[in-house]
Write a protein of this length. Structure first.
Length: 52
């Protein structure tokens, strides 16, 4: 699975790890994350991420 990086703060979403604090289970592809999910570091939306 591809990793995605926040273009604002540099946070990397790794699908193998997920985002436990954000309710995203390990193994969840970026495309499968709900649209209202936000970057856990800076709070921007999914539209501010790009493939790493």
């Amino acid at each position: 699975m591809k990793k995605w990086v926040c273009t604002i703060c540099g946070y990397v979403y790794d699908p193998e790890v997920g985002d436990a604090d954000g309710g995203i289970a390990p193994g969840t592809a970026f495309e499968d994350i709900p649209d209202d999910w936000v970057c856990p570091e800076c709070g921007v939306g999914k539209d501010m991420f790009e493939e790493a």
